[in-house]
Design a protein around this ligand. Structure first.
Ligand SMILES: C[S@@+](CC[C@H](N)C(=O)[O-])C[C@H]1O[C@@H](n2cnc3c(N)ncnc32)[C@H](O)[C@@H]1O
Length: 384
């Protein structure tokens, strides 16, 4: 097995030991300053480089940016069965926050690399969380990130070529260059509270919260038990965008936000906007509120991953299905829309299900208990 040492590069001088290796691997800019006659593999394809390293008989110096153990080459080397020694430099994420003078133990770090929806996931994390570092790359450049954040109150700072003479902090439309990391901040949040768990993403401390956890108009709130089943089918998580259409109090939107999803709450009633904002603030989540009647108002929104339809007719459900979310849940107090909704989901290619939920809540009355009936609600859901 080759002896592999991975050196992090943050613009500072590399250790003299790098030049003693019999194989050098790294980006052109990393290897530029290394004076050695050893064979060089200039990194293009990661898999080709790892393959070459694996068959080398001797010592290998791999030079990679920042901390190679953080979204870097160390994972690929270990997967190939190698056992590298790692000499990290300062991660670009740590440097970028340092340049802004900000703490970052409360920041979410997301990689926008990869063709499997990396940029989309990164945008949704930036929509959901107040302090995010995005590892950008080809196909996921800062302007595309900024474009996805339109409609959300965010400031994007691009930190380019950290540690070099060409280092700069710019906006997403400025003269940024590769490589760069984008720091995305909610306008009103620079420093989060001191915590004990790094990373900014954490599961909610409870869900399917009681109705009195939300400001709402009488009876215009999805009951906790119904919300529980709806959330199970919506499956909100970091990286997703959820629409809550006919949001009312925004109880579903807020709960999805508590699971780390980006959320848009839509309601035609302007009074609902205030309720949703108050509930979002109360629960410490960021919900974008759109006041207007669906389906028209949905046209300008970014495509959702999951949609809760709490209000609106068949035209609203049809418009939602036209946007192809992976999960849809619609709630109905009346029975008439149920069959057509199930048919519409099935016709749109969803695996469809539904259930009428009617709970009898335990209440105490004069030292005894009775079971008080709540109104039945039918949920119709689809997944694909
Ligand atoms: C039963 S409430 C939803 C309750 C909500 N899920 C909650 O937990 O608070 C229905 C809401 O849908 C809204 N609504 C109905 N039709 C709509 C439409 N076409 N576009 C937007 N909002 C609509 C109403 O204003 C109302 O606030």
């Amino acid at each position: 097995m080759p002896e592999v040492t991975v050196y992090g590069y943050d613009g500072g001088p590399l250790p003299a030991a790098v030049a003693e290796a019999t194989l050098l691997v790294g980006g052109a800019r990393h290897l530029d300053g290394v004076s050695s006659d050893a064979e060089r593999v200039v990194m293009g394809s990661l898999s080709a480089a790892v393959e070459r390293i694996s068959i080398h008989d001797g010592s290998v110096a791999v030079v990679a940016s920042g901390d190679p153990g953080f979204f870097g080459i160390v994972r690929a080397l270990r997967r190939a069965g190698l056992d590298p020694v790692v000499r990290p430099a300062v991660s670009s994420v740590a440097s970028a926050f340092a340049r802004l003078g900000l703490p970052w133990d409360d920041a979410v770090v997301v990689s926008a690399h990869g063709r499997d929806g990396g940029l989309r996931r990164a945008i949704n994390v930036c929509r959901a969380y107040p302090k995010v570092a995005v590892l950008t790359g080809p196909g996921a450049e800062p302007p595309a990130l900024a474009a996805g954040l339109q409609g959300w109150q965010r400031r994007v700072v691009v930190a380019s070529q950290l540690g070099t003479a060409s280092e700069r902090l710019t906006g997403p439309e400025g003269d940024w260059t590769e490589p760069n990391v984008a720091i995305v901040l909610a306008r009103d949040v620079a420093d989060g509270p001191a915590g004990w768990l790094a990373g900014g993403v954490r599961p909610p401390d409870g869900w399917a919260l009681p109705e009195d956890a939300f400001r709402h108009r009488a009876s215009m709130i999805t009951k906790a038990e119904v919300r529980a089943v709806a959330l199970a089918h919506l499956r909100p998580a970091p990286g997703m965008l959820v629409w809550d259409v006919g949001a009312g109090s925004g109880s579903v939107a807020v709960e999805c936000g508590r699971f780390g999803a980006a959320v848009v709450a839509v309601d035609r009633d302007p009074a609902s906007a205030d309720l949703v904002r108050a509930n979002a603030a109360q629960h410490g989540v960021d919900v974008r509120v759109v006041t207007g009647a669906a389906p028209a108002v949905l046209a300008d929104l970014p495509d959702p991953d999951a949609v809760f339809v709490g209000g609106g007719g068949p035209d609203v459900l049809a418009a939602v299905l036209g946007r192809g979310p992976a999960q849809v849940v619609a709630a109905y107090a009346a029975v008439e829309p149920v069959g057509p909704a199930a048919d519409a989901l099935t016709a749109a290619g969803y695996t469809t299900g539904g259930a009428q939920l009617q709970t009898n809540r335990l209440v105490e009355i004069a030292g005894r208990h009775r079971l008080a009936a709540t109104n039945p609600v039918t949920l119709v859901w689809g997944a694909r």
